[in-house]
Structures are given as structure tokens and as C-alpha cells.
Design a protein around this ligand. Structure first.
Ligand SMILES: NC(=O)c1ccc[n+]([C@@H]2O[C@H](COP(=O)([O-])OP(=O)(O)OC[C@H]3O[C@@H](n4cnc5c(N)ncnc54)[C@H](OP(=O)(O)O)[C@@H]3O)[C@@H](O)[C@H]2O)c1
Length: 304
């Protein structure tokens, strides 16, 4: 995904639901980059557009209002729904165009930011994330200084370091869940999955159901799968966390209840060393699962 913004010295982007300033060259660049592409915006940004829609682009508008109508724009009501709507489009053809709340929520998923940087501090009331202060964002190129009357501005191309290849395993994991349409996960935290839980708790549209014991958790996931027709998804830690779900796995297997269970494992270098809370969970569950695999490389996470 790409992010496109014009921001003042303090990363201010708007005031009273209007742009801070309309610079013709900036508007031209915006049109050139986004025409024929998909643009994602918040409801307030949509309402700040002169025609309420950007012509020659697929417009996606976020709002919590279920009755909101936006002409030819596609209205979505959550990040989850947005991601589902974006599935048919290549991510490099998607432009996040604001405003502040939408930039913040989608920043991690953007690999490139096209920034028009204005050397002036306005009295703004909407702000984009300050990419100058985020170490993972790196200035790749910037134009010569431009002027518009007495304003000085320049165009900057800023990239998230390494792009998607640098995305952490926990973020990839959550991205994969989203892409599969998972909105509920039955999880019990533990040492080897703490990072994943930290990431999950940041998601507003993935519900984590916390039971008192992993054995209860997997039966809850089975009940959820039976009642909803969806796949029950479980996340537990290594060793005892993993072995505690085996009875439920067998039950689901014999009753053909669809479950995907993710367990932690000890660090790669310790596998096979009888490390603390290590068990061969793939081996132990072979006869009561359709498929089991140990993911040894982050790059295999998406495919698996
Ligand atoms: N300088 C630039 O490049 C630039 C670009 C774009 C916008 N802007 C400016 O930025 C300002 C608007 O930005 P803003 O941050 O105030 O508003 P915004 O991000 O455009 O819109 C916020 C609204 O989007 C909806 N929304 C956001 N996240 C959602 C989610 N996860 N699920 C469902 N709905 C969600 C909510 O609508 P509901 O309240 O309806 O639920 C929320 O109130 C304006 O001044 C505009 O001119 C500047």
C-alpha cells in the first residue's frame, strides 16, 4: 500500500475538515499518482472533497455509520471489511489518502509514502503520523525546493525500511489472519506467543477470546465453528499449552470440525534439545490432524 499526504512542518494536514492549503502542483501529483488506482479514505476526508468522490478511481470510504451513503464510493465499516474489499487489488495500486485516523491505522501496511512537505506551521486540527520520528521510515528521495507564492515546499519519497520483507513475523501472522477473514481467535498467552498476543490486542477488529485453560479453549473454538460455520482458530504457547489442546484436536478430527491451531515452539536453535516447554507437537498430533507443520522461516508464514 502507498500513503499520500501533504503535510506542514508539524505534520498537520487539515483544519475544519479542509486542506490547510491547495497547491496546484501538489494536487496534480496527487491526481497523476492515484488515477486508475484505489483510494482509501476516512468519512471526514470524503466529506472534505469538493465532489465527495475522486473521479477515475475506486473510492473506499471508512465509517462506522451503517446507513452512510457515499454515491459511487464503496462504504466499509471496519478495517476487516476494508481488507476484504481490497483483496482483488494489487497492494501497490492502493493509496491511503487520509485523513489522520486512517493514516495511523494503515501506516504499518504502507511501504511507500508520497509526501508533499510544506515549510510552514499552520494551526492544524488533523495530523498525519510524523514519519521523521519513526526510525523504520527512511527518506529515499526529495525534490528541489518549490514555491507557491511565498510558501516553500518539496516532494519527498519516504519508504518503510525494507518494505514488506522487513515486516515482523507477528505482523505477518496477523496480516495472514485478516486475509483469511478471521475476526475471532481463541487464545491463551504464554512465553513463546507473547509477541503475537501483543500484536493481536492492537487490532480493533479481531476479538481474542481468553478461556481459563487451553482444553476449554479448543472446545470453545469447536463450538464456535459449529455455530458459525466458520473455522475455529486457536493460539496457544509451546509445550503444555500445545499438549493441552490435543483432546480437542482429536474430538474435532473425528467429528470433522474445521479448526486451525497455532502453537508456539521453542527458538529454532533449541529444537531437539529438550528445552524448557519443548514438545514435538507436530509429531504428537499427526494422527488427529489433517496437516501439521513447524514454520521454521518467517518467509514461509504467508504461504503456509
Ligand atoms: N493534507 C492531506 O494530504 C490530507 C489528506 C486527507 C485528509 N486531510 C484532512 O484531514 C482532515 C480529516 O481527517 P480526520 O483524521 O479528521 O478524519 P478521517 O480520517 O478522514 O475520517 C475519520 C472518520 O473515518 C471513519 N473511520 C476511521 N477509521 C475507521 C475504522 N477503522 N472503521 C470505521 N470507520 C472508520 C470514522 O467515521 P465515522 O465518524 O463516520 O464513523 C472516523 O470518524 C480534514 O481536515 C482533511 O481535509 C488532509
Amino acid at each position: 500500500m502507498n500513503l499520500i499526504v501533504s503535510a506542514d512542518e508539524n505534520w498537520g494536514i487539515g483544519r475544519n475538515n479542509q486542506l490547510l492549503v491547495r497547491i496546484p502542483d501538489d494536487l496534480r501529483l496527487f491526481r497523476e499518482l492515484t488515477e486508475g488506482k484505489v483510494v482509501v479514505m476516512g468519512r471526514k476526508t470524503r466529506e472534505s472533497l469538493p465532489n465527495g468522490i475522486l473521479a477515475n478511481r475506486v473510492n473506499l470510504v471508512l465509517t462506522h455509520d451503517r446507513h452512510y451513503e457515499a454515491g459511487n464510493a464503496v462504504v466499509v465499516h471496519s478495517m476487516d471489511e476494508l481488507h476484504r474489499r481490497l483483496e482483488p487489488y494489487p497492494t501497490d495500486e492502493v493509496y491511503v489518502i487520509g485523513g489522520g485516523s486512517v493514516y495511523s491505522q494503515l501506516l504499518d501496511e504502507c511501504s511507500t509514502a508520497y509526501v508533499t512537505k510544506i515549510e510552514f506551521a499552520y494551526a492544524a486540527d488533523a495530523y498525519a503520523p510524523n514519519l521523521d520520528h519513526l526510525p523504520e521510515w527512511e527518506l529515499i528521495a526529495e525534490s528541489e525546493e518549490q514555491t507557491y507564492f511565498d510558501l516553500i515546499y518539496y516532494f519527498a519519497n519516504i519508504k518503510q525500511r525494507g518494505g514488506t520483507m522487513d515486516i515482523t513475523g507477528r505482523k505477518l501472522f496477523v496480516k495472514a489472519l485478516r486475509e483469511e477473514g478471521v475476526d475471532t481467535i481463541f487464545g491463551y498467552p504464554g512465553g513463546m506467543v507473547t509477541d503475537i498476543f501483543d500484536e493481536l490486542y492492537k487490532q480493533e477488529d479481531i476479538r481474542v477470546v481468553l478461556p481459563r485453560h487451553e482444553q476449554g479453549l479448543i472446545f470453545e473454538a469447536e463450538g464456535y465453528a459449529k455455530a458459525s460455520g466458520k473455522v475455529g482458530v486457536c493460539l496457544v504457547t509451546s509445550g503444555p499449552g500445545a499438549t493441552n489442546i490435543i483432546t480437542g484436536l482429536a474430538d474435532a478430527h473425528y467429528d470433522s470440525i474445521p479448526l486451525v491451531c497455532i502453537t508456539g515452539q521453542v527458538p529454532l536453535g533449541l529444537i531437539g534439545n529438550d528445552a524448557f516447554q519443548e514438545v514435538d507437537i507436530v509429531g504428537m498430533t499427526q494422527s488427529v490432524t489433517k496437516y501439521g507443520v513447524t514454520v521454521r522461516d518467517r518467509k514461509d508464514l504467508g504461504r503456509i
